[in-house]
Write a protein that binds this ligand. Sequence first.
Ligand code: ADP
Length: 390
Amino acid sequence: MTQVLFAALGVLVGALVTVGILDQRQRGRLRTERVRAERAEASRETEARTSAQALEIRALILSSMEEGVLLFNGTGSRIYANTALTRHLGAVPERLDALLPLELQRAARRAADTGSPIPVEVETGAPPRWLRATARPVGGDGSVMLVVRDVTDARRLDAIRRDFVANASHELKTPVASIRAAAETLRDGAIDDPPAAQRFTEQLEREALRLSRIVSDLLDLSRLETGSELDERVHLDAIAADEVERLEDQAAEANVKITLHADGVPSIHGSARDIALLVRNLIDNAVRYTPAGGTVDVTVTTGGDDVIVRVTDTGVGIPRRDLPRVFERFYRVDRARSRETGGTGLGLAIVKHVAENHGGDVSVQSELANGSTFEVRIPVAGAVPAPGAP
Ligand code: ADP
């Protein structure tokens, strides 16, 4: 339409020039005005297009946000809510006075009254979730915007981290206290009594070893959590053979017989060091929790698209109620037995981490007093291509 008008104007100017009604100066002025008008119109159209696009982009951003956004005007009517908000609150009220949980409503009112942002954290729903929200005044007419974030996972991780630090400190304190006590006893005279000196130096050695095991397991765990390089071709059967050999003396000392069954399994893609750690922890546990005369069978085989490591023992077994928790850090069924046999309570947490880092998983079946079977499955898919392979 406007283009038609400009064209018409152009035609009109041309016609007036032709008939001599417009002189040279007037013609120039009219042309300039026409160009100006054309530019103004073009920029208005661009502006309209840009602001429509901006609105679209804004709506897209708001609807794809993790945070819930809710806007009430000065009279307390809802004027906007995005989809995340419905996810966080369940129902989205039409009016501020129907907003639940009440803590959010109070924060919104205070923000409107004080003109300052009001942060609030609230537990809601079943199963309970934690929401962190900020109510902000907007526009100075009593309108308020609430931005709501679900922080349940973050709080849970915080709690796990806090528990972990408390547990780790506690685990480290015990051998340290024991080392201090032995050193003090030696200094206070036991050093001159050879049998006592022998006993206390043995205690020092034992506790120092325990300390170094805990530290080494903690370092392994933290390395596994930050993610290892998984770029090797790993031969699980060869690793299992090495680890069985490594633990044979310890097993012979405990009068436990280890047997290895390893088919030629395909290699997997991953970290040989971590897989060795996984296999070592499983066999070491099986030996430590199996009384003299028992057996430990280590099998490496394939099943579907997975390589499977299965470690079966005829040991003490695990009570059914403890089974779901044995992979937790520092969880022990029998604390005294774990300690006596040099356990740290971290072995199975390491096994689980390694399995999961390799895209696999670990499971356990056990019967009290009859023995346990731990099974790790790791997918073959994604094996490192052979050198020179396409
Ligand atoms: P630990 O260093 O105490 O052995 P782990 O994380 O390796 O710690 O294992 C956690 C707990 O699971 C152990 O304390 C033990 O009670 C139980 N457990 C692990 N493996 C076995 C097994 N093969 N037989 C019986 N109990 C086991």
